[in-house]
Each structure stands twice: as structure tokens, then as C-alpha cells.
Design a protein around this ligand. Structure first.
Ligand SMILES: NC(=O)c1ccc[n+]([C@@H]2O[C@H](COP(=O)([O-])OP(=O)(O)OC[C@H]3O[C@@H](n4cnc5c(N)ncnc54)[C@H](O)[C@@H]3O)[C@@H](O)[C@H]2O)c1
Ligand SMILES: [Fe+2]
Length: 391
């Protein structure tokens, strides 16, 4: 039990099969009527932007601008381009429609607009914002990052090949709209990768240094939903009930880690993204069992507690160490099952990482903020050993 902790989730959540049509009403409640929509080309191609623009018909709101060029992992250039469009079109709010890349881009644009700055970098780090943010509604189309309920944005600095975190309570979206109509189009491999990102949030939040009883409850609820619904969504993505369950899992895991933070798995995954452009969920899926193993000596008992929730096979009378190892094996087995179903990589060498990038990844990872919350201290040599293990 921690001697002290804080917990917060000020986001209004609208979740269900017909949640999306409430968007204009929610904007009006926030005093906004002319949003800029932030999305990407994959989301537009899946027909999801049309669903969003359709709900504005007959409402008191009109779409001020649409930006659909968000790249994977976003970038500082994208954020600046979008902020200029927002101002040029006289927008008064942001609606993010997409995965973590679109949602985090909208959060970063909000920093540039609200702070009236031309230099996003000035606000990198923790609690750096000074002005109230513009109304932001997040509509996730992946079930993974939980960015719709986190105070975090991750943006890539393309010149330095590094993913930069921004953390501030002003970055919480005002409203999150979760509607399974927005995730049924997600292809199996992205469903699997993003679902494993959510699992990584829930599991790392459960055993890392910021854990607390409230985040633990959210983590366990998320893990249970992922255990029951992720494979089903990958096998057949058309069932709205499974999609709704995964949307809730990502949301719960997001609330959990936004309050308790994550550890070495995320620092290595961010570095794999920055240096080798491995999709965030793919990197986490490969690295999660490696990171759990690395923490066995420090928090074996906590990891053992996850065994039943992960559906681990544990024999009667198993020791604490055996239960913890079974929990890790359950994560490995899930990764293997997803790999068989949709080709989700289980090794970094299959995810586009080259051997001569491993040192750069390890170097970048030990400078990533998440590493501070890992129970086991991580040196450069440790990071290199872990990344080689996953290679
Ligand atoms: N802010 C946070 O709290 C937080 C947490 C974890 C990760 N992240 C960041 O989020 C980013 C990753 O986000 P992501 O994993 O959601 O992926 P993403 O946003 O990069 O999207 C991946 C791909 O899926 C496509 N796609 C998305 N939804 C679709 C749908 N419904 N149908 C068809 N195609 C669809 C997109 O077009 C894109 O090509 C990373 O940059 C990561 O660092 C942020
Ligand atoms: Fe993540």
C-alpha cells in the first residue's frame, strides 16, 4: 500500500452503441460550435470521418476544418501545420478521431493554441502548461492507447528519432466518446497490436512504482476484458459487443496508467518507435514478457497476483515464483496465439528492427521518463540486454 497517492480522471465518458451522435451536444455544452477535426488517412479510408461529419447535420455546430494527414506517432511538423490551420479557419475546439497518433496530435495542437506558442518543445515534460485548454473531444478508433482518458501526449521529434512525452492535467480530453461503430473496421493485426498496448498499460501499471489500490482495480478490470475479448476481436472483428468490451478495456487501462504510470517495457517501446519506427503496440507486445521477467526479483509477489486474471495455468500448491512465471507465460502464449491468427511479430527482428540499431534503442530507452517508475533499476547495459533478449 503506498503511503500517499493521488488519482484523477476528469474526463466525461460517453460509451455505447449509439454514443457518437451526442458529439454536437457535448461540444455545445463545452461552449464550442466550430471544431477542427484531427484524423488520419487510414481512418478516412475506413469511412469513419463520414460517420463523424454526418452527426453535425442539423446541429448548431459546424466543422471548421479537417486535417487528415496525421502520420503514425505524429510529429512536431504535423502539430505546427495543424495549429496554423486551426487559427486560419477560426476554429474554437478540437475533435480527435483516430488512434493514439491522432488523439495525441490534437492534444499537442491544444498546447500550441492554448499557450499561444510557436515552440511546442518548450512545454515538453511534466506539469509545464499554464493556460486553460480549448475544448477537446476524443473519439478513439483503436482500442489500445487509452489516450482518450490520459493526461499524456507522445509526439515524435523526427530530427532526433525520439518520442517525447508531454504530461499535464490540462491535457485530459474534456469528453471521450467510445462507440464500437468506430472500431469494427480495425484490421486484425492493428486490433491485436493495440489490444496488447492496453494489456501492457494494465500490467505495467499494476506492478510499477506508482501503483495504488484504485489503479489496481482499473488494471484488473481491463485485464479481465482483454483476456475474454481480444482474441475474439482478432478472429472476427465484426461483433460490436467484443469491440465495445475492448474499447472499455483500453479505457480502463488508460485511466490506470495515467495515474500510476508505466515502466521499462514502455521506455523500450518508445525507443523502438523513435529509432526503428516499430508500431507502439507491436513493440509492447514483444517486450511485455521480457519486462515482467526483469522485475521478478523485485515484485514477483505482485506479478503472481496477476496469474488468475491473465488466465494463467497454475497447479494447486504452486509457489509464488511459479505463479509469477505462469503469469508471464500466459502473456507469451497470448502473443503467440495472436501471431498465429494475424502475423503479430513476437521478435523485434521480425518487426523491422536491425541489429545495428539495438545500441541506439538502449541509449534512447534509458533517457525515457517511464524507466524511472520501473521497480528494477535500469542501466544502459540492462536495457541492451533486454532489447537483445527481445530481438
Ligand atoms: N497519450 C497516451 O496516453 C498514449 C498511450 C499509449 C500510446 N500512445 C501513442 O499512440 C500512438 C499509437 O496509437 P495507436 O496504436 O492507436 O495507432 P495509430 O493511431 O498510429 O493508428 C494505427 C493505424 O491504424 C489505422 N486505424 C486506426 N483506427 C482504424 C479503424 N477503426 N479502422 C481502420 N484503420 C484504423 C490508422 O489509420 C493507422 O494507420 C503512438 O504514438 C503511441 O506512443 C499514447
Ligand atoms: Fe502504450
Amino acid at each position: 500500500m503506498p503511503s500517499y497517492y493521488e488519482f484523477s480522471c476528469p474526463v466525461k465518458i460517453l460509451c455505447g452503441h449509439a454514443a457518437l451522435p451526442n458529439l454536437p451536444y457535448e461540444l455545445e455544452q463545452l461552449g464550442a460550435s466550430r471544431p477542427a477535426i484531427v484524423t488520419d488517412e487510414g481512418v478516412v479510408a475506413a469511412g469513419l470521418l463520414d460517420k463523424v461529419t454526418a452527426v453535425f447535420e442539423g446541429s448548431n455546430c459546424e466543422v471548421g476544418a479537417i486535417y487528415d494527414k496525421t502520420p503514425p506517432d505524429s510529429s512536431i511538423t504535423t502539430v505546427n501545420e495543424l495549429a496554423a490551420l486551426y487559427k486560419d479557419k477560426g476554429c474554437d475546439s478540437l475533435v480527435a478521431v483516430g488512434g493514439g497518433s491522432a488523439l495525441d496530435t490534437a492534444k499537442a495542437v491544444n498546447i500550441v493554441i492554448s499557450e499561444g506558442t510557436g515552440d511546442l518543445m518548450q512545454f515538453q515534460g511534466v506539469d509545464r502548461l499554464t493556460k486553460p485548454a480549448k475544448p477537446l473531444v476524443a473519439i478513439p478508433t483503436t482500442a489500445g492507447t487509452g489516450s482518450e482518458v490520459t493526461a499524456v501526449a507522445v509526439i515524435t521529434d523526427q530530427e532526433r528519432d525520439v518520442k517525447l512525452p508531454f504530461m499535464d492535467s490540462r491535457l485530459f480530453p474534456h469528453v471521450a466518446i467510445l462507440d464500437p461503430a468506430m472500431t469494427v473496421t480495425l484490421p486484425p493485426k492493428i486490433t491485436a497490436a493495440t489490444g496488447m498496448d492496453a494489456l501492457t498499460h494494465a500490467v505495467e501499471a499494476f506492478y510499477c512504482l506508482g501503483k495504488n489500490p484504485v489503479s489496481d482495480a482499473y488494471s484488473v478490470a481491463a485485464i479481465t476484458l482483454i483476456r475474454e475479448h481480444l482474441v475474439r476481436c482478432v478472429e472476427d472483428g465484426s461483433d460490436p459487443e467484443d469491440r465495445l468490451a475492448m474499447a472499455n478495456a483500453a479505457l480502463l487501462a488508460g485511466i490506470s496508467f495515467s495515474n500510476s504510470l508505466v515502466g521499462v517495457v514502455h521506455s523500450l517501446a518508445h525507443a523502438c518507435g523513435g529509432v526503428a519506427h516499430v508500431p507502439h503496440g507491436v513493440a509492447n507486445s514483444i517486450l511485455l514478457p521480457v519486462g515482467m521477467e526483469n522485475n521478478l526479483d523485485k515484485v514477483g509477489a505482485v506479478i503472481a497476483d496477476l496469474a488468475p486474471h491473465l488466465g494463467a495455468k497454475v497447479s494447486a500448491g504452486a509457489s509464488e515464483r511459479e505463479r509469477a512465471e505462469a503469469a508471464i507465460q500466459a502473456v507469451r502464449d497470448l502473443g503467440k496465439r495472436l501471431s498465429e491468427l494475424c502475423g503479430l511479430p513476437t521478435r523485434l527482428s521480425d518487426a523491422g528492427v536491425k541489429e545495428d540499431q539495438l545500441e541506439a534503442i538502449a541509449k534512447t530507452a534509458i533517457n525515457d521518463g517511464a524507466v524511472t517508475y520501473n521497480p528494477e533499476e535500469i542501466t544502459y547495459e540492462d536495457a541492451l540486454r533486454l532489447i537483445r533478449q527481445a530481438f
